[in-house]
Ligand binder design. Structure first.
Ligand code: PLP
Length: 414
């Protein structure tokens, strides 16, 4: 098990002060901070090896290509894909999911077919399916959540029918923290001839994810939520599926042969990477994967399970707080969304910021879920490898300042 206090030395930003207070960064579900190793990989690439990939025969081009493709191999190993050709670099999770909707979806989904998602989806795994359904005449269906914020697998099973082409589901909710049993859902989907796409934006950074053990067909995730730079995401797809899918963008690199009236496509994964890719950020993402692999994803998960258990206990003692999601830390990842005493979460977050505590507030790109929970918004603390119990204590302490600032709400003392 790693020592989160020791790790903090790798993250220069954690040394800074906010409103003259120690920065307590609890907005990791939005984006994580970056260790020196990642920042240096970015600088090293630009200082030593900057060149375009795949096309050049000179030394720098070969180095850049080797490093870029090396990052792809690391990503493949990280999720146990059967090869780097199953890893497509995109801009982020959102683009990865849209890629599936626009290519696989347009080729395979017809009027009357069904796409099944859940009420807890981020807009990234909801709006692309709305667009696909609107374009094809397919029907978008929702699996409802139980009162404790978990999914009802029996209901999911009942909703997967003859016409279901795809189940698209988050592995871990960015609001409730719920970890969904996607391996079980893959079995249900496959038994009825449907595919499973997993939104791994919140799971891949925080738990061991093995695409072959889960038997999912697609998995999408973002570098910036797992210690890497912004601007790089991954779409994992099963090789046979990717081979059968048409490309999304046309241009350089994605072709094999170009005639006047038609073209043929490059091999995987380059068929889906038209134009110059985000070389530097992908290489630095490789450094983030090295960093997480050295910590061990089992250890990352255990650290966050312990921290969430501590946070649920500590926040649970705060009067007038409502915490969302499953009460059992074994069923949830490192996010705790809450509302406090009827105060608007934006106000809560603003006062917390004055105490140096960075949390997010709003609908968290989950407006359908907010409606189910019957709230307009929530505040959210989310943890990562460098967070400690002292950070949770600082949050609880800062909530006392919120209480002092607001005193009472609707005539009732807080
Ligand atoms: N899915 C989930 C569950 C998320 O939490 C997020 C980001 O917060 C996304 C998708 C979208 O990620 P990105 O903005 O990197 O595309």
């Amino acid at each position: 098990m790693f020592d989160p206090r020791a790790l903090r030395a790798d993250f220069p930003i954690l040394e800074r002060r906010v409103h003259d207070k120690r920065l307590v960064y609890l907005d990791n579900a939005a984006t994580s901070q970056k260790p020196r190793q990642v920042i240096q990989a970015l600088a090293r690439y630009y200082e030593c090896s900057n060149a375009n990939v795949h096309r050049g025969l000179h030394t720098l081009a070969e180095e850049a290509t080797e490093q870029y493709e090396g990052a792809r191999r690391k990503a493949a190993r990280f999720i146990n894909a059967s090869g780097p050709d199953e890893i497509l670099f995109t801009r982020n999770t959102t683009e990865a999911i849209n890629l599936v909707a626009l290519t696989w979806g347009r080729a395979n989904v017809r009027a009357g077919d069904e796409i099944l998602i859940t009420e807890m989806e981020h807009h990234s795994n909801l709006v692309p399916w709305q667009l696909l359904c609107q374009a094809t005449g397919a029907r978008l269906r929702y699996a409802r959540i139980c009162p404790d914020g978990t999914l009802d697998l029996d209901q999911v099973a009942a909703l997967i029918g003859e016409r279901t082409r795809l189940v698209a589901m988050t592995h871990m909710s960015n609001v409730l923290g719920t970890i969904n049993p996607v391996g079980g859902v893959a079995r249900l989907a496959h038994a009825r001839g449907a595919l499973l796409l997993v939104d791994g934006a919140q799971s891949v950074p925080h738990l061991p994810v093995d695409v072959r053990a889960l038997d999912c067909d697609f998995l999408a995730f973002s570098s910036h939520k797992m210690l890497g730079p912004t601007g790089v995401g991954v779409l994992y797809g099963r090789r046979e599926l990717l081979q059968a899918m048409p490309p999304l963008f046309g241009g350089g690199e994605m072709i094999s042969r170009v005639e006047e009236q038609f073209s043929t496509w490059n091999e995987l994964p380059w068929k889906f990477e038209a134009g110059t890719p985000n070389i530097a950020d992908a290489i630095a993402f490789g450094a983030a994967l090295d960093y997480l692999s050295a910590l061990g994803m089992e250890a990352v998960r255990e650290h966050e399970r312990q921290l969430v258990a501590y946070a649920l206990e500590a926040l649970g003692q705060v009067p007038a707080i409502t915490i969302y999601g499953p009460p059992d830390p074994a069923q949830r990842g490192g996010v705790v969304a809450f509302n406090f005493g009827g105060i608007h979460p934006h106000d809560v977050a603003t006062v917390l910021d004055y105490e140096g505590v960075a949390v997010r507030a709003g609908h968290h790109c989950c407006q359908v879920l907010m409606r189910t929970l019957d709230i307009p918004a929530a505040a959210r603390a989310s943890f990562y490898v460098y967070n400690t119990e002292e950070d949770v204590d600082a949050l609880v302490e800062a909530l006392n300042s919120v209480r002092e600032v607001f005193g009472s709400v609707a005539g009732r003392p807080l």
